[in-house]
Design a protein around this ligand. Sequence first.
Ligand code: PLP
Length: 460
Amino acid sequence: MTNQYQTEHYRELDALHHLHPFTSHKSLRTGGARVIVRGDGPYIWDSEGNCILDGMAGLWTANLGHSRKELAEAAYKQMLELPFYNTFFRTTHPPVVALSRKLAEIAPDNLNQVFYGSSGSESNDTAIRLIRHYWALKGEPKRRIIISRKNAYHGSTIAAASMSGMAHMHAHSYPLYEGFRHIMDPYWYGEAKSGETREEFGLRAARALEDEILAVGPENVAAFAGEPVQGAGGVKIPPANYWPEIQHIVDKYGMLFLADEVITGFGRLGTWFASEYYGIRPNLITFAKAVTSGYLPLSGVMVDDDIVDMLMDNDEDFNHGYTFSGHPVACAVALKNLEIIERERLVPRVRDFGAPALAKMLAKFKDHPLVGEVRSVGLLGAIELVADKRSRRRFADLGRVGLICRDHFFREGFIMRAVFDTMVMSPPLIWEQKQFDEAEAVIRRALDLTLSDVAGEVAA
Ligand SMILES: Cc1ncc(COP(=O)(O)O)c(C=O)c1O
């Protein structure tokens, strides 16, 4: 284990040479980064020896937990066999073939072909290009607009950030790509009008899609894109009637449907893909993160037969691809990851054990004075922190109290992420009751400590 001196050393060098994602570098330089040195199953350790329960599975990623030997062995074996070869110029290799076959088997029936990348952002860039290319090949090149939602997160490349609905990211895009529109997100707790039921709100949020289609002209609309559950936007779980209504509208206007399953894929909701959970029929599914449980970077787009047929009927190249599309070692690790998830029956286990255990644990905080709402689906959960439970009034300076709470979690040895004042979690699929019990104890302590920090601001 590294000692205190080394922690300071790492912090200093980190501040001097490492620009972190989505970070205020000024405040990082003052506070210093936490140095994480080891992971094992549901836990990680920092350089000062603190053991931390990882309630975020890395970053919605480590579905199998940390440091599985079998995944390391799969990588080692493949590295000795064929560490890298590209998939351009009519070449392929056994791991990419086997993984593509496996993904076709577990994805919805109409999705049988995969285009690979290394990150969720890349997979969404690929999807955007494929969608527009499809319509051009079909003789409808005007169909370019992709409608997504406010607060959606589809990635950080300029195209994926343009499709995302995050105003603070749009502000840093200089400028955005054209051809994206953003409708309201299905966030009942935050957006419902006074007295509006979940069902009424669900229909209103879904029908915003039809309003937007009519506003821009159906002949210009290429696709609708959405995360089945908005993750980075705050684990926003749509009302039950939302997705059926969206699917109905998508069908009515004959547009494509892209489901971004970068967070929800590979068992998180107790089904291989959330599309199955919600009964939606996307033409494209983007995935990343948990396909390898994060042990190596790999992503992709699953594409439906109709889009593939259109590509097949065309003699020209599809001018798109990445050096690491279908990286052999990443594919070998993904195959082993999926094999273990299957062998340990982790997908039905989420449905039968993990999801109810998380819901039960979160429900214990409903009555806490700081908590406006708790919600979960599968192994995605959220706790809304509010100044007034009854009126749902937020704290002044949105995000401030979320950070206070997140820091208490950290100090207590637990990772939960703050999305403004919404605390979100996404534990590995392997959590036992022991981890849910540990999380419950830490959440209680951290909420109480946060309450004492902001007591004067909380409605009696
Ligand atoms: C739904 C969704 N799509 C895309 C991305 C982008 O993935 P990456 O960070 O691998 O580019 C993320 C990242 O969290 C995500 O949550």
